[in-house]
Design a binder for this molecule. Structure first.
Ligand code: ADP
Ligand code: ADP
Length: 231
């Protein structure tokens, strides 16, 4: 599903180079559940931005579902991103003045899906995350956990091949965070492919594979028996 070879990302800061990623290689198969860990500044966000087609590498290869996306122009990249990737952010990133249904509809608007089908698919996806009774609510009328569920519904509505989550429980209390992790588990069991950035071991324990970055390189990449999933 994903093939990454010798990925490099160098940021030019004046006359200084920052090697955010310095030769990263790994593959991702369908229906993997991967936690990406590493200290601040190790390159996690840079890697997620590249995998999420928000940016292109300085060099190296990134094949997503058979397509080389490492050298695409912005417009093509945006098209691949909308089709293949679902994003979940620490800060939810919902439109504040727009109700849940319309927030979830957004990716379908970009895909050119007609209104009636859009509404139906968005409502069904909100039901899937347990918010069937909150379609008309605005984000500020919801709890943090519910907001993150709306964001997860928005990420899923287009049936993306990959779900990318950047510290998805970072703004939630422990109990609400655990509920969100249960939802990810359910999505994983239903066949979704999930990459999740976290610095918390308790969150990474939900994954089946842990990739650790340090200074822009992979320090370790191990399959794990998930204490949560297998215990
Ligand atoms: P992490 O997500 O693990 O904290 P990042 O990917 O954000 O790490 O950053 C990796 C390195 O790249 C850091 O040294 C950071 O300062 C640098 N960096 C990230 N984004 C930029 C940017 N847009 N311009 C310049 N340097 C950047
Ligand atoms: P951080 O992990 O640094 O707190 P976020 O998780 O909010 O940042 O965002 C990660 C990256 O995705 C950033 O480069 C940001 O510009 C980009 N981004 C944030 N929100 C969106 C969005 N709704 N659509 C596309 N890209 C986004």
């Amino acid at each position: 599903m994903i093939k990454i070879e010798e990925l490099m990302k160098i940021y030019q800061m004046g006359n200084q180079e920052v090697r955010a990623l310095d030769g990263v290689s790994f593959d991702v198969q369908e229906n993997e559940y991967i936690a990406i860990m590493g200290p601040s500044g190790s390159g996690k966000s840079t890697l997620m931005n590249l995998i999420g087609c928000l940016d292109t590498p300085t060099s190296g290869i990134y094949i997503l579902n058979g397509q080389d996306v490492s050298k695409l122009e912005d417009a093509e990249l945006a098209e691949v991103r909308n089709r293949e990737i679902g994003f979940v952010f620490q800060t939810f990133n919902l439109l504040p003045r727009t109700d849940c249904l319309s927030n979830v509809e957004l990716p379908l608007i970009y895909s050119g899906v007609k209104t009636a089908e859009r509404r139906q698919r968005s409502a069904r996806t909100l039901e899937r995350v347990g918010l069937g009774d909150r379609l008309d609510h605005k984000p500020n009328e919801l709890s943090g956990g519910q907001r993150q569920r709306v964001a997860i519904a928005r990420a899923l509505v287009n049936n993306p091949s990959i779900l990318l989550a950047d510290e998805p429980t970072g703004n939630l209390d422990t109990k609400t965070g655990e509920e969100i992790m249960l939802l990810f588990e359910e999505l994983y069991r239903m066949g979704n492919t999930i990459l999740l950035v976290t610095h918390e071991d308790e969150i990474a324990d939900h994954a089946r594979r842990i990739i650790r970055l340090r200074d822009g390189v992979i320090e370790s990449d191990v399959k794990v028996e998930s204490p949560v999933l297998d215990g």
